[in-house]
Design a protein. Structure first.
Lengths: 250, 227
């Protein structure tokens, strides 16, 4: 960790003239880091992820990935940045776990042997071998989330964006998903995670970004940002130490 | 954990799953065409064949029960229409059986064949963008039933009573939710670098295709011999 992977400068996005969604956002992300992006509902977190991924057009600003300006190169962003959607169901295309993971690999035009190797690898990594032939819609909430991550992970992106990965998950599944993300980070993946439930994972973040009304109001280490969170409408349990902000068993 | 959605694929190691997808599609088309004006005898033979296949395939008809209610209503309307036209109960029952068997045929094929397998197996089409169109269209069918089930349960939980206004409300919610889901799906496809022109590999023909081919040939033969 230390090399800069992503730099965003002066990013602006609006829905027509009278509805500014994101205004003048600038920040950078280090390679191999775990970044928590939080903020109240409607702050623009999901929109920001979709812009970074290249799904929504950028109105102003620049995006630099691995030192290369990719602002106008949406295809590069689509290839190098993986996005796990908030609603995992909408992401599934294949009609079995294996087919769904294979879908992205086929689009990358990888040879069949390489596709099989990557599928085996992610199924092993995510402990999903037993679900290999199940239909995605018949999986439990936690398994669906894992499959959504597997589909993205198999495409080996430089940066993984996750939109509310803990939504609708119980304590055990949240812990398992968090553990998985931390393992991926250890293996060198760079992660930006959107969540407004900071108590579940803030202790593990290297960097915290806070969005409020489309503005980046905080950008720093968890230690510096934590005391200022209530000012931005983010609830922090009273007398909580930073180390306690995790849903992993202590 | 969700219940199995009607017209969705299940991975199994059974005869129909091993049969070539294109053979199954052809058999379905031939079967439906034959059933349109099949005699009682032919309807019975096809029914017997499909019942045996349903057993082999272990089709989860119980899970489908609620989702099949739409078709049951449709069958009843068709049978009623036929009865009013012909004033014959047996004629209405035959028409009802024909349509029910067509749906059963389709259930068996979709249960054993994923949309990408169908798209990859149709000669000539699998080399064009049309294959992706077929794949995505077929993949949307279970989504429609899933969304309508979600709305039905949500409205039922809020004690909805049947009314014409309520039915229109149900339909407009269904379309709205489907559009939202499809928009999300479109973004997900883009996000996963969906390439409509990607290479597809058709599976080879095998001996497992023989029962379906022979059965379809038998039905055609019977139709020609005993019209």
């Amino acid at each position: 960790m230390n090399d800069e992977l992503l730099r965003v400068k002066g990013l602006f996005y609006s829905l027509g003239e009278d509805k500014t969604m994101l205004s003048n956002l600038s920040f950078s992300i280090q390679e191999g880091s775990f970044t928590l992006l939080c903020g109240p509902n409607g702050a623009g977190k999901s929109t920001l992820l979709r812009i970074l991924k290249g799904l929504y057009p950028l109105e102003a600003g620049t995006i630099v990935l691995e030192g290369k300006d990719v602002t106008k190169r949406e295809k590069d962003r689509l290839r190098k940045i993986g996005l796990v959607f908030q609603d995992a169901d909408s992401q599934f295309v294949g009609q079995s776990v294996e087919k769904d993971i294979r879908f992205g690999l086929e689009n990358l035009n990888l040879p069949l042997e390489e596709q099989n190797r990557r599928i085996d690898e992610v199924l092993h990594l995510l402990s999903m071998k037993e679900q290999r032939h199940r239909h995605p819609h018949c999986l439990s909430g936690g398994e669906k989330r894992k499959l959504a991550i597997a589909g993205v992970l198999a495409m080996q992106p430089k940066l993984i964006l996750l939109d509310e990965p803990f939504a609708n998950l119980d304590y055990r599944s949240t812990g398992a998903t968090l553990k998985l993300l931390l393992r991926l980070q250890k293996e060198g993946h760079t992660i930006i995670l959107v969540s407004h439930e900071i108590e579940k994972c803030m202790a593990h973040a290297d960097q915290v970004l806070v969005l409020n009304d489309g503005l980046l109001v905080e950008n720093g280490s968890p230690e510096t940002v934590l005391p200022r969170l209530p000012e931005h409408g983010i609830h922090v349990p009273h007398d909580t130490l930073l180390e306690e902000l995790t849903w992993l068993a202590q | 954990m969700a219940r199995t959605v009607i017209f969705s694929y299940r991975h199994q190691d059974r005869l129909l799953n091993r049969t070539h997808p294109f053979i199954k599609v052809l058999a379905l088309l031939c079967g439906c065409i034959l059933l349109f004006n099949a005699s009682v005898f032919l309807v019975s033979i096809i029914a017997l064949f499909l019942v045996v296949l349903t057993g082999i395939q272990r089709l989860p008809l119980r899970s489908y029960a609620r989702q099949l209610r739409f078709f049951i209503l449709l069958f009843l309307l068709i049978a009623l229409g036929e009865y009013l036209r012909s004033h014959s109960v047996s004629s209405a029952l035959i028409v009802l059986a024909r349509y029910a068997l067509m749906i059963l045929y389709a259930l068996l094929i979709t249960d054993s064949t994923s949309s990408d397998e169908i798209a990859s197996s149709i000669p000539l089409v699998n080399k064009s963008v049309l294959a992706s169109g077929i794949e995505l269209t077929l993949a949307i069918v279970p989504t429609i039933f899933q969304v309508s089930e979600e709305i039905r349960i949500a409205q039922w939980a809020r004690l909805r009573r049947w009314s014409i206004n309520g039915t229109f409300g149900y339909l407009s919610t269904l379309f709205e939710l489907l559009l939202i889901r499809l928009e999300e799906r479109a973004l997900a496809l883009e996000g996963r670098l969906f390439d409509a022109k990607r290479k597809r590999h058709a599976p080879p023909l095998s001996l497992y295709d023989l029962p379906m081919v022979l059965a379809t040939a038998l039905f055609i033969g019977l139709r020609l011999v005993r019209p």
